[in-house]
Design a protein. Structure first.
Length: 301
């Protein structure tokens, strides 16, 4: 007797295979992306064309933030330094996973190598280095959060929402009032018309600089806190962040004045004005707060 075929189980099985294949096609890229972002920080990192060990790089980032101090950090401030190191390490991990670890990232990762630091800090360099290395070791021993937790050396006070706000959903506080009493809070720098033209041509080689009669910098738009949102430089539209990176201006919180061919900028704060203020973190650690408590002050989750 001829056996009856059973097409229904076969159809169900084939449909199941098709559904699994479709699910894998849809979600596999996301799974791979998450695995990549959750990967630990590699032993070596490429930054601005040079290779650094992860420990040396995190140490250099901490050293850069320490430039807002007028004397070596104390033991009471170590919790704040450790907190900043963890945030920097997580941000470096996050950017590295996306192939975006550079000076041009948003917000920027600021770094100072050992040669620069030894010149900057002079005879006190060993004391700064000791605290930075201790913080780097602590940060690298902690589990990665794979989130961008930006650190600003000395915040002007308020957040300018970047285009990719989804990458930074966790910022809840940016600074403490003591930032404004730091001697580095207010600064001033200058640019000449020739200097502006030179920087523009380095960034836009095909640009034709128009004859200068009026100001080269116009249409400055700020938020209610004085942070520059956008402007025009020789009719090129720029965000505040693009402008300060191109012309090495310390902060997006600035006011500009012009006298003939000289442009002066009065700034508040240092850095992108985004994320945790390193200086405030140290002040909080002096009051007895732990790394975890300081992190919770500035970030959600």
């Amino acid at each position: 007797m001829k056996k009856k075929s059973h097409p229904l189980p076969i159809i169900i099985f084939l449909a199941f295979l098709l559904a699994v294949s479709l699910i894998l096609l849809i979600f596999l890229p996301e799974i791979k992306r998450n695995m990549k972002e959750n990967a630990p920080l590699p032993e070596t990192l490429e930054y601005c064309g040079k290779s650094y060990s992860a420990r040396d790089f995190v140490t250099g980032c901490i050293m850069y933030n320490m430039t807002v101090l007028n004397k070596p950090p104390t033991e009471k401030q170590q919790a704040g330094i450790n907190c900043a190191a963890c945030c920097i390490k997580d941000s470096v991990t996050y950017l590295n996973s996306k192939g975006q670890l550079s000076r041009k990232s948003f917000p920027a990762i600021y770094f100072m190598d050992c040669t620069e630091a030894s010149i900057y800090f002079g005879n006190d360099y060993p004391y700064y280095l000791q605290s930075a290395e201790k913080a780097a070791d602590y940060a690298l021993s902690q589990p990665a959060k794979s989130r961008f937790l930006p650190v600003c050396p000395l915040s002007s006070g308020m957040l300018i929402s970047p285009e990719n706000t989804a990458d930074m959903p966790c910022i809840k506080k940016l600074y403490c009032g003591k930032d404004k009493y730091n001697e580095f809070y207010e600064g001033e720098c200058q640019l000449t018309e020739n200097g502006i033209a030179e920087k523009l041509l380095s960034a836009f080689p095909t640009l034709i600089i128009p004859p200068v009669s009026d100001s080269m910098i116009t249409d400055i738009r700020t938020d209610e806190n004085g942070n520059v949102l956008s402007l025009k430089c020789c009719n090129i539209n720029m965000s505040g962040y693009q402008f300060i990176r191109l012309f090495d201006i310390p902060s997006v919180n600035f006011k500009m004045s012009r006298s003939q061919n000289l442009y002066s900028f009065k700034t508040k704060g240092i850095g992108d004005s985004t994320g945790m203020s390193f200086y405030s973190a140290l002040m909080l650690s002096e009051s007895g707060m732990t790394e975890e408590e300081i992190t919770e002050t500035f970030f959600v989750g």
